[in-house]
Design a protein around this ligand. Structure first.
Ligand code: ZN
Length: 145
């Protein structure tokens, strides 16, 4: 139903505006980052997508939604199913090809799901991740122990 999709998309944009004005993120928890890399390994050679939520300014939880795992174009499905939560900080997804840069589709969808977007890639070691802002610019993200 395209009307429903259009409605929900504009809702996300409104939510994004609110989040941008209020939320400060200072880092991502180390344990969570390890978990995300493990999830990337498990899904390989498929892509996985998940939402990231924060508590007190630290991204510390991954939120998997049903039906979003393991397809190359799964990102769009995820974004249309996103729950409204003031604690959604952004998203994480994997690039099985190992390229740690957002695709054009990624940049189109990033603004709908918060401000910070982690891309992890093959071979999923502790170095194989990067964080991007909603406009696709590389941004620093401190790893918090
Ligand atoms: Zn991507």
């Amino acid at each position: 139903n395209s009307n429903l999709v259009t409605f929900s998309n504009s809702f996300f944009m409104v939510q994004h505006t609110i989040l941008s004005n209020t939320m400060t993120i200072r880092g991502i928890q180390q344990d969570l980052l390890s978990l995300l890399l493990q999830m990337g390994r498990d899904a390989h050679p498929n892509e996985f997508v998940a939402l990231l939520t924060e508590r007190r300014g630290v991204i510390d939880e991954v939120d998997l939604l049903p039906g979003t795992v393991a397809r190359e174009d799964s990102a769009s499905l995820l974004y249309d199913m996103m729950p409204l939560s003031t604690h959604v900080a952004g998203s994480c997804h994997s690039h099985p090809n190992g390229v740690l840069l957002p695709s054009n589709a990624d940049i189109r969808f990033f603004p709908r799901t918060g401000r910070f977007h982690v891309i992890i890639g093959y071979p999923y070691t502790e170095q194989d991740w990067r964080c991007f802002s909603s406009d696709g610019q590389h941004c620093r993200m401190e790893v918090v122990a």
